[in-house]
Ligand binder design. Structure first.
Ligand code: AMP
Ligand code: MG
Length: 403
């Protein structure tokens, strides 16, 4: 049995990031990984523009100690521009975002001006040169690198890319991940269960987890605990996918055939990890594909996916890993463990704003109790060796992240 951290290190060492690159429309690029830094094609903002609704004036027309009357010669909503330079004694009505006319070097906000009976605009003293003007390139200068290669694009990134004038970006190809479940007792939902049968919940939650991650999924379905069937399906996965994920059949039971087939068809690196849930796992290789054999227990499968497989897939996507969100929080309730494995207790971190965040367990922690994963937003991480927790103890908490 190897430790959790050694197991994770070994898995990460096996991963080769995908290097194939394709052009992706920005509109379709949510969750995609940039293969090259995104550079601005234009200045952002593209032109000097007004930061306020008000009046554009020439600073040299103003006085330091008394109001000055100016003639408003044009109205400039955002999107319009003045084609001639602003002359002596002239002002323009200007809206936020509208381009600054030539000659104009000061915006006077509309709240401070007054009007003469003859329709002249009166500007009070105390204005400053260049006030309320946003300069071209002030946010981003043309040619500047705005997002690094390896960035997984989020919604704000898409807006940013569009603001730079980009329509397409170079991204790494998405990993193709094959998914299958095994078990003679496992059946597809949609038919009544016969005694001893369970619905295939693993493929459902893992498919969701893979969708959140944004990989391409090859659904290999459900196979019986049959040497030939498993051999055939793993061969297919090894040919078509960059990674193959199976659930079930990695323990020491009579029908646990995954390890055996993996040894015959590929390579196995390790299969027992000192963690709970998720002790039995099978890691290895099928041809060019990485192989992740997850345990069949629904909680164990998801926990192992999140802690071992997801970081590996993020690396495979070519993405720069984001730091894990780890907190030290006060524990509420009581909890005891006697076993020597590292424990990932399903927990709920409460952020209610009335007091500092705190964490409690989701309740019963059996590895078949899928409600514990459904309720959880975090793992309470307990070290190897016995642990006894009581109210107020400080614990390490790892926030759960599927995306
Ligand atoms: P195994 O790892 O194959 O020994 O399975 C461990 C436990 O998980 C057994 O109780 C199985 O019935 C259950 N199990 C295995 N595969 C699935 C699945 N795809 N969906 C739901 N439960 C499963
Ligand atoms: Mg099984």
């Amino acid at each position: 049995m190897i430790s959790f951290s050694d197991a994770r290190k070994q898995v990460m060492e096996q991963v080769k990031p995908i290097t194939d690159i394709e052009q992706v429309a920005v509109a379709d690029a949510l969750g995609r990984v940039l293969a090259a830094p995104a550079k601005a094609l234009i200045d952002v903002p593209n032109h000097d523009n007004s930061a306020m609704d008000g009046y554009g004036v020439r600073f040299k027309d103003l006085s330091l100690d008394q109001p000055v009357g100016l003639e408003v010669i044009a109205d400039l909503p955002a999107g319009d521009r003045l084609t001639k330079p602003l002359g002596g004694g002239e002002a323009v009505r200007i809206m936020t975002g509208a381009p600054i006319p030539d000659g104009c070097d000061c915006i006077v906000i509309q709240e401070v001006v007054t009007w003469e009976a003859g329709g002249q605009l009166m500007v009070p003293p105390g204005q400053k040169k260049a006030q309320h003007i946003r300069r071209a390139g002030e946010d981003i200068a043309k040619g500047e690198k705005v997002l690094p290669a390896g960035r997984r694009l989020g919604p704000a990134d898409l807006g940013l890319l569009t603001s730079l004038g980009l329509v397409e970006v170079a991204c790494y190809r998405k990993p193709r991940v094959a998914l299958l479940s095994t078990g003679n007792e496992v059946v597809e939902a949609g038919t009544p269960l016969k005694p001893g049968q369970v619905y295939d919940s693993n493929r459902s939650s893992l498919r969701g987890a893979l969708q959140s991650l944004g990989v391409d999924i090859i659904d290999l379905g459900l196979v019986q605990d049959d040497r030939k069937a498993i051999t055939d399906i793993l061969a297919r996965g090894g040919e078509e996918a960059d990674a193959v994920i199976s659930t079930g059949g990695v323990s020491v039971g009579d029908y646990d055939l995954i390890k055996e087939v993996l040894i015959n068809q590929g390579q196995i690196h390790f299969w027992k990890v000192s963690m709970k849930p998720g002790k039995p796992q099978a890691y290895g290789r099928l041809g060019k594909a990485l192989f992740f054999g997850l345990p069949g227990n629904p909680v164990s499968g998801l926990v192992v996916f999140l802690l071992m497989v997801r970081p590996a897939l993020i690396e495979m996507m070519g993405a720069t890993p984001e730091p894990e969100r780890i907190l030290r929080l006060p524990f509420k309730g009581s909890h005891r463990k006697k076993h020597g494995r590292m424990d990932f207790v399903r927990g709920v971190v409460h952020f209610d704003g009335r007091k500092a965040p705190w964490v409690e367990t989701t309740g019963p922690q059996g590895s078949g109790i899928l409600t514990s994963m459904s309720k959880a937003n975090a793992f309470i991480v307990l070290p190897e060796g016995p642990v006894k927790l009581k109210d107020g103890d400080e614990v390490s908490v790892l926030m759960i992240d599927y995306g």
